[in-house]
Design a protein around this ligand. Structure first.
Ligand code: TA6
Length: 306
């Protein structure tokens, strides 16, 4: 089974403007919509859409759990979130205008989890996840969930022996690297931070690849680097009309996991993930991509062995 863990999910409130957002000006909102937010949930959406059964896990706030579950139902995401009593799942605001070349994301901090919430979650995980499973941990950590709790989580999964994928940043990414998980997806800035001795990029990535099986370095519109078994690939994404880039990286990760689940070869997996992410940015919410579009975009993905 495939699992995703979103420790600090969100309800994305999509704010549409028909002009470019400017300070010192009234920016009129022309439409409001909602989508699920948080990176693991997006991975779950992508896997489900590509026919890979999975369950989304993590924490959710009790106070707006109906709204949260309703969006999960609309998106077809099977889930078993641990409820945090007396608190709300955060909202994140995504500003989408007609003219700008990127959305603006304003993220709330989110709920605070207690030691008891964390213990309940870890116990559930221990009972649920098996050696043959794959677990993706993605997104920010909520208040109360410390770096030591993350270490505990990764150690638990390592003890179980499952495949561990992480889409984390900052200190959390460092934990994933230090503990040698199976997959990471830093962006170009995060990899720079990890590369403290400022080694050349490719030798540095090859060093990381000795302990981490799969590495994707995402560079937005400029595509990505991908490493597996000391092989380096440069992946150039199709050139598409971007409407909303929110969630594109999450979509890449979920689709990549789906490719692995379907035993696609590496090139096919990279083509699929890149095409799904490209289709995602052509849609105006945080998750949607189109399977027919993906079929066409797959052939526009360029993959070069480095
Ligand atoms: O990657 C997009 C997204 O998952 C949004 O949907 C938004 O809710 C945000 O990222 C959450 O990111 P964070 O790093 O705060 O967990």
């Amino acid at each position: 089974m495939y699992y995703t863990i979103t420790l600090n999910p969100a309800i994305d409130r999509l704010l549409f403007l028909d002009q470019k957002m400017e300070s010192r000006k009234t920016n009129r909102i022309t439409n409001v919509d909602y989508d699920i937010g948080g990176k693991g949930t997006h991975g779950s959406y992508a896997m489900s859409k590509l026919g890979v059964d999975n369950v989304a896990l993590g924490f959710m706030g009790e106070l707006n759990s109906d709204a949260f579950q309703q969006i999960m139902d609309v998106k077809g995401i099977t889930n078993q979130f641990t409820s945090i009593q007396g608190q709300k799942t955060r909202e994140c605001y995504i500003v989408i205008d007609q003219v700008s070349t990127g959305t603006t994301m304003l993220t709330e901090k989110g709920f605070k989890v207690s030691k008891q919430d964390i213990d309940t979650f870890m116990d559930q995980l221990k009972k649920t996840v098996k050696k043959e499973d794959t677990v993706l941990i993605a997104g920010s950590l909520p208040e109360g969930f410390t770096i030591n709790d993350l270490k505990r989580l990764v150690h638990l999964l390592k003890q179980i022996g499952c495949f561990i994928a992480c889409d984390l940043s900052g200190d959390a990414l460092k934990v994933a690297v230090d503990l040698g998980v199976d997959f990471i997806k830093p962006n170009e800035f995060e990899i720079n931070d990890l590369n403290e001795d400022k080694e050349d990029l490719i030798p540095f990535l090859k060093g990381l690849n000795k302990t981490i099986q799969y590495i994707v370095v995402s560079m937005g519109k400029n595509g990505s680097y991908f490493l597996h078994n000391q092989q380096v690939f440069r992946v150039i994404s199709p050139n598409v009309h971007e409407v909303n880039d929110t969630g594109a990286g999450d979509c890449f990760v979920g689709s990549f996991m789906a490719g692995l689940a379907k035993n696609f070869d590496l090139e096919e997996t990279l083509r699929l993930a890149s095409a799904c992410a490209a289709s995602k940015v052509m849609h105006n919410d945080s998750t949607t991509f189109d399977l027919d579009q993906v079929e066409q975009l797959k052939y526009q993905v360029q993959i070069q062995k480095y």
